[in-house]
Design a protein around this ligand. Structure first.
Ligand code: NAD
Length: 366
């Protein structure tokens, strides 16, 4: 990304512009602000793939009626330590935090809880939900899938069978300190990284994609089909797939995400999608486990976790590496940098956001 010219924009200006876009597109102001805040959070933490690059697609699905403004979760079934909740096809940025807050409240009372969230619009960067629980002092584990969103070939296979199925584990730290945060897609790259590459951004790593002939590829057209200069990409148009990360182990985690976030939540797995048919509404499913350390008899959990993280960081760096980082550090550093210096956006990404704004009668910020 550093090699390409970018549009640098102050975080708050970007947030307000994106909030204006969604408000104009049909959400109320509070929801527009919420969507903008979470998309910006992905950019601030360096996950541009899940940031404002999604604005044109989000507006499109809102206009198509595939995601609905102004929804709340409804409880399908619940007990003291669990709930199955329906996101009612609302914005993930609205129903996601509602589901997380339910899990936090139950874990605070009982020590732990499990929340099965289904039928929600795209819930973006899962780290936001881990960070929300960490801010309440809780550990959380999130398994995620995308119903009707198969994009990823399993280990040893060529055909799409999984979505990019992120896994997130987040550990609270002292107030004011960033949590320990593991948050990644179980594919070699998240789909958004293919999207970024298709807009002229960071090229894909070797072996990221696989064609229908079984040959490895780094060409985003493998996923999207022939690429138009700009505009929403449709992963349904490409002939190939993204590969699962970590050979049989990563592929196995992706498989289990489908079972937990797709089958157990009742939201459905990522496939099959019959060739030639239109996909049904694409929704996320998320199975989240919340643990309140106060109930686990470890009075110094946060401090001991920090001590261990420092011990890991004290490992001598390998050749060519300057420093050992623990999960969550890259995000915290990028956030500090981008809040201070602005958010860099690929020129094509910025152009598609501005085009979306103009189509709604808005002009770009000065
Ligand atoms: P990634 O490959 O950048 O990995 C990020 C993780 O690795 C973080 O936990 C980070 O702290 C850690 N990390 C990175 N560099 C490190 C280093 N040098 N040392 C130690 N730890 C390091 O992430 P990704 O797979 O590209 O996923 C990007 C985002 O996409 C995630 O936020 C994920 O939640 C999101 N996502 C969402 C969906 C969805 O359907 N909503 C689907 C897929 C991915």
């Amino acid at each position: 990304m550093a090699d390409l010219p970018t549009h640098l924009i102050a975080a708050d200006t970007l947030r307000r512009f994106v909030a204006d876009i969604f408000t104009k597109a049909g959400t109320d102001r509070a929801e527009g602000e919420r969507i903008a805040t979470y998309l910006l959070s992905a950019n601030l933490t360096g996950h541009d793939s899940h940031g404002v690059i999604r604005v044109p697609r989000y507006v499109q699905v809102l206009q198509d009626g595939d995601v609905l403004a102004g929804q709340d979760i409804t409880i399908v079934t619940e007990g003291p330590t669990h709930a199955v909740v329906d996101g009612n096809a609302g914005f993930g940025q609205t129903v996601g935090p509602q589901a997380v807050d339910l899990g936090i409240a139950k874990a605070r009372a009982a020590g732990m809880s499990v929340i099965a969230l289904r039928n929600t619009g795209h819930i973006g960067r899962i780290g936001d939900w881990g960070e929300r629980a960490a801010a309440a002092g809780q550990i959380s584990i999130h398994f995620v899938n995308v119903s009707q969103g198969e994009l990823v070939a399993p280990f040893g296979g060529v055909d799409r069978r999984f979505s990019t199925n992120p896994l997130c584990i987040c550990i609270p730290q002292e107030a004011g300190q960033p949590p320990l945060l593991l948050d990644f897609a179980t594919s070699v790259v998240a789909e958004g990284k293919v999207l970024v590459a298709s807009n002229g951004g960071k090229p894909l790593p070797e072996g990221a994609l696989i064609g229908p002939d079984g040959k490895l590829s780094t060409d985003p057209a493998t996923l999207y089909g022939p690429l138009a200069k700009a505009g929403p990409r449709n992963a349904g148009n490409g002939p190939g797939a993204i590969r699962a990360f970590g050979e049989h182990k990563g592929s196995g985690i992706a498989f289990m995400c489908e079972i937990l976030a797709g089958v157990l939540t009742g939201g459905g797995t990522s496939g099959p999608i019959t060739p030639g048919t239109t996909r049904r509404r694409i929704t996320n499913g998320m199975l989240s486990i919340y643990l309140d350390p106060a109930h686990f008899g470890s009075r110094h959990f946060v401090r001991e976790a920090r001590d261990y993280a420092d011990y890991v960081k004290a490992s001598r760096p390998a050749l060519g590496v300057t420093e050992v980082l623990v999960p969550g550090e890259p995000e915290a550093r990028t956030r500090a940098d981008r809040l201070a210096n602005g958010v860099p956006l690929q020129l094509d990404t910025w152009a598609t956001i501005v085009a979306t704004a103009r189509s709604l009668g808005l002009s770009e910020p000065n």
